[in-house]
Design a protein around this ligand. Structure first.
Ligand code: NAP
Length: 296
């Protein structure tokens, strides 16, 4: 059997692509790995998705999924191990279900957390180091934690943790934040302690007991005692298997045109995985809709 479209990934981009494809009469399959619902399911509050003053990410993703199912989108829980994108008929090879064919492929695999790259970082995962405050924050109830980063994720996570933990430090390598102004303003009133112009040089103890930070302006180093470190220094695209197969930019994001078309006919990129200026739930949904509108 050949699908009209296989969509890889079930975040907002993939789910919206499914809704638009099947509502438009196409036969669509969404293949999802371990990230059902995408990164938003870990967001405790979303307040910039038009039409919802406040909604949690899990509920929003589940609503999108029900909507996709309602129109007949099929779902498969599996992992893609190879993309075969040349030719009119495309296919993906999966771990459990073999090769699956489609006329079009929409790539919506999103991104994953960037690591600090410190020597003992991997060893400390689950022993003080985490990449997700909503997943692991509870384990640090009434304890001291550090969040690293200056983007929307870092600020959101620091303020979320402040509600659970005794003390929260935010370490950021610059003085200004990359995060939106509204979050930066809220952070200043949140009680989170700021350690600016600073980078983390060492993770001490096993489990983690403290971090050594260096002020990049003064050159001074100091130790901050902490029970946990939440690393929120951005993301990298899940495009490892696509290298050499489609055009990616120097950071590995898929290059598309405004119709989400890649350099290969019938192959589209949508959501956080593609080169773009604004990575939000609403722009991911828009990408998914546009991509599905383009398929034959
Ligand atoms: P991001 O916007 O790329 O921010 C990454 C932050 O980490 C930046 O402040 C950056 O510093 C810092 N950083 C990067 N590499 C570093 C390193 N090696 N060491 C120390 N610091 C480092 O990533 P994000 O915050 O995860 O956000 C990803 C996307 O999701 C963004 O488009 C964001 O708008 C979106 N998002 C939106 C919301 C929301 O709207 N509520 C919530 C979460 C995420 P510099 O500032 O110096 O570059």
């Amino acid at each position: 059997m050949t699908y009209d479209v296989i969509i890889i990934g079930s975040g907002p981009a993939g789910l919206t692509a499914g809704i638009y494809a099947t509502r438009g009469g196409k036969k669509a399959l969404i293949i999802e790995g371990g990230n059902r619902g995408g990164a938003i399911i870990l967001t405790d509050i979303i307040e910039n998705y038009s039409g919802f003053k406040h909604i949690d990410g899990f509920t929003l993703a589940e609503n999108m999924r029900e909507q996709a199912e309602l129109f007949g989108t099929e779902f498969l829980s599996d992992t893609v191990t190879e993309y075969r994108l040349d030719g009119v008929k495309k296919s993906v090879v999966t771990e459990l279900n073999g090769e699956i064919f489609a006329k079009n492929i929409i790539l919506c695999m999103g991104t994953e957390s960037r690591r600090l790259g410190l020597a003992n970082e991997d060893k400390l995962i689950g022993r003080g180091v985490s990449y997700c405050a909503t997943c692991d924050g509870f384990f640090f109830k009434n304890k001291t934690v550090v969040v690293n980063g200056g983007g929307d994720t870092a600020l959101t996570e620091a303020m979320y943790l402040k509600k659970i933990c005794k003390e929260v430090y935010l370490v950021h390598r610059r003085h200004g934040f990359k995060a939106s102004a509204v979050l930066a303003k809220r952070l200043l009133d949140s009680g989170v302690k700021l350690v600016l112009d600073s980078v983390i040089e060492k993770l001490n103890g096993e489990p983690l007991k403290s971090i050594t930070v260096k002020n990049v302006v003064s050159g001074e180093t100091k130790e901050i005692e902490t029970d946990g470190l939440f690393v929120a220094i951005g993301t990298i695209p899940r495009t490892e298997l696509l290298k050499g197969k489609i055009d990616l930019n120097e950071s590995g994001y898929i290059i598309t045109d405004e119709d989400m078309k890649t350099n290969i006919a019938g192959v589209f990129g949508a959501g956080d995985i593609r080169q773009k200026s604004l990575r939000q739930v609403i722009t991911a949904c828009a990408d998914g809709a546009i991509a599905s509108f383009q398929i034959d």
